[in-house]
Structures are given as structure tokens and as C-alpha cells.
Design a protein around this ligand. Sequence first.
Ligand SMILES: [Ca+2]
Ligand SMILES: [Ca+2]
Length: 256
Amino acid sequence: MARAAAAAEWSGRAAAAARWSGRAALAAVGALAGLLAACVSPAAEAGGDGVARASFAQPSTRYNHEALGPGNEWAALGLDGTEFPAGDALVFEDVAPRLADLDGDGDLEVIVVESSLTQGSRLAVWGGKGRIAATPFIGTRHRWLAPVGAADLDGDGRVEIAYVETPHLGKILKIVRLDGDRLAPVAEARGLTNHRYGDPFIQGGIARCGGVPTILAANADWTRVVAIALSGGALISRDLSAYRDPGSFANLPGCD
Ligand SMILES: [Ca+2]
Ligand SMILES: [Ca+2]
């Protein structure tokens, strides 16, 4: 496994999984665990601006979106014991913060979804001392984005971050890369999604298919599982199999 891909870690998933319930959610947990197993690494050592532990804190109802069902909007981000308030105009809106080494220095950064009460969501990256970079807001209240994962998708040694912007409406897969203090656009593709409104979990993720880090998502009407690779700056989609339930992303031929 490439070093950058190996450094991607999603330590928040256990906390997120603990809140899930029901058979579908259990299937999703299994699928997610399978997808992520190849990308887990030990937590980064303390020191520098890196983060070892991240969690959301201070449940909030001030945004009242409930895209992830009740209880997944937060007024603060906890990083290694320090709480950073979102501020009056924002909430954090995801199942958990996501840890990954996005700049290849061996320390982990934190990927979060921040939602403006008036402009909807943006993807943001934090270090231990505060926010490092963010995408522009989507621009409309109650328009959300669902993270997919982070890995060196194109093998160039730099880690990309994948997310689906407006997974219930526009269904646009977007790839960005941390470049200093900005998240630079890399590529995008339409007609792909990874979340159904109200589900307290996100589906799909990044697996290794044919040895290549590959995004797994659903097509726009949730009938097919699609594999998406990044090559030469372009996203290349490949139909994989039927989508039936959250477990459809697990045990795919050629992917582990
Ligand atoms: Ca780093
Ligand atoms: Ca890359």
C-alpha cells in the first residue's frame, strides 16, 4: 500500500457505528469496516500540529437539518482534549470527524463537514491548532455534502479527499486536495451518491479494486454500485454490480 493511502485513518467510525441501529445499519457497518480496513494505520504520534483524537461535542439543534437524522449536528469540535466552538453561524454536520494525513508529513489532519446556518455545508480540514482550509459553502441553507474518504487516488504521492456534494439532489462527486491553506479542486463527476436523506450513516467509501484505491458509490437512482478511479486528472466510472442495500458495497469482486 502506498504510504499516503496507508496514512488515511478514520478513527471516528467506531463512535459513529455505536450510534447506528437496525439491520440495514449493521450491514452498513460491516461494509464500511471492510472498505476501510485496508486504509487504517496507527494513530500519529503526538506533537506538531497533528491530531491523535477527534470527536464532535455539544449537540446542537440550531440548524435543524437532520439530513443524518436527529443528533448529528454539533456546536464544537474536540481535538486532543481541546474544544473548538463552531461559532454562532456554523454547526458540524457529519457522523464523526475523520483523521487522515493529508499533506504527507506523518501527522494526522481532521476532515469535517461545517454547515452555515444560511449557506449550507462546506468541507473543512483542521489541524491541532485550528482550521487549515475549507471549500466554499454550497451556497444554500440545508444543502449538505457527504464525505467519501481520503487516499492517494491517482498514485502521485499526494492524498485526495472525495465527497459527494448534495447527495440527495445534485449528486456530484468532487475530489479536492489540500494545498497549503486551500482545498484545491481536482475533478468532479455527476450522477453519483452515497447517502439517503435521514440515514444516520454514509454508504460506499474507498476500497482497493485491482490494487488501485477506488471510490465506491451508488448511481443516482440507487440501482447500481459504481467504481470510480482518478487517473490523469479525470474520474473514470465503471459499473460494478446491483445495489440492493448498504451491504452491496462489501465483498465486491476484485475489491478489498
Ligand atoms: Ca499531515
Ligand atoms: Ca494523489
